[in-house]
Design a protein around this ligand. Structure first.
Ligand SMILES: [Zn+2]
Length: 252
């Protein structure tokens, strides 16, 4: 069975049946797309990634042959960056702008990708005073800027992608897109990985910051949930407010 021939409904149904097979690094991305699918459907690009997840993590297990890894998949099956416009990092752009508005002169988000595909590289999403845009470095190399719209403007050397440079960049862009799609969860994963806050690089020292992946100051600067609005306390709050609402609505 080939994911390319399946309808979007079939792709999402097969993934939903096999969610446990999706590795953690792809899980957040999958769930955010799934939620959108349930609400309003998904785009061609998202469908492309869902087909890829299905092929790599689910269908591969069903075939009798050994499980192919990324490198073993033919180039045809690998995703293509036919255009830089396929990616959008608007949330990251917004977070950097929000931090500047909150008074940080040089806001920066430092991320590590814990995947062999990415080669455990470090990313920096930072405000470039010189160019007046949010920019992204891979290691020490400037790769692209993020425009107001969230679209990417590549460095000159990546403006025209060769098949080789495409293949090299896809895992990195995919990682950044996943972080962008859920920065709260992404920061938590980064915190677990490095023991430090990805926004200010300070060591995480309290129970609250260890569980969130950042502290109250960065939460405020970057507009992230904190305290009452996170995790168990949020659920408790919703539960209590529902109970209150329930009491009010009893008609006698
Ligand atoms: Zn911090």
């Amino acid at each position: 069975m080939n994911a390319e021939n399946m309808s979007p409904t079939e792709v999402m149904r097969r993934l939903a049946e096999a969610e446990h097979l999706i590795p953690q690094r792809d899980s957040n991305f999958y769930h955010s797309v799934k939620q959108q699918y349930l609400k309003k459907g998904i785009s061609e690009k998202q469908l492309f990634w869902m087909r890829r997840l299905l092929t790599i993590h689910v269908l591969a297990l069903e075939s009798a042959s050994p499980i192919p890894n990324e490198a073993q998949l033919s180039r045809e099956q690998k995703p293509k960056i036919s255009s830089w416009e396929q990616w959008n990092l608007k949330t990251l752009q917004d977070k950097i702008q929000q931090a500047r508005a909150a008074g940080l002169k040089y806001p920066k988000i430092k991320l590590i990708c814990d995947s062999p595909e990415c080669g455990h590289r470090e990313y920096q999403i930072y405000w470039s005073e010189y160019f007046g845009v949010t920019s992204v470095k891979l290691g020490t190399e400037f790769i692209f800027s993020i425009l107001e719209s969230g679209n990417l403007k590549p460095a000159a050397r990546y403006a025209k992608l060769t098949p080789e440079s495409e293949q090299k960049l896809i895992p990195h862009l995919s990682f950044l897109q996943t972080f962008n799609n859920d920065p709260t969860e992404g920061a938590k994963v980064q915190g677990r990985l490095t023991g430090a806050c990805c926004f200010c690089q300070h060591e995480l020292s309290t129970d609250e910051s260890l569980s969130a992946g950042y502290g109250p100051v960065c939460a405020e600067h970057f507009g992230l949930p904190w305290g009452e609005r996170t995790g168990a306390s949020k659920e408790k709050e919703i539960l209590l407010s529902n109970l209150d609402a329930g009491d009010d609505s009893i008609p006698f």
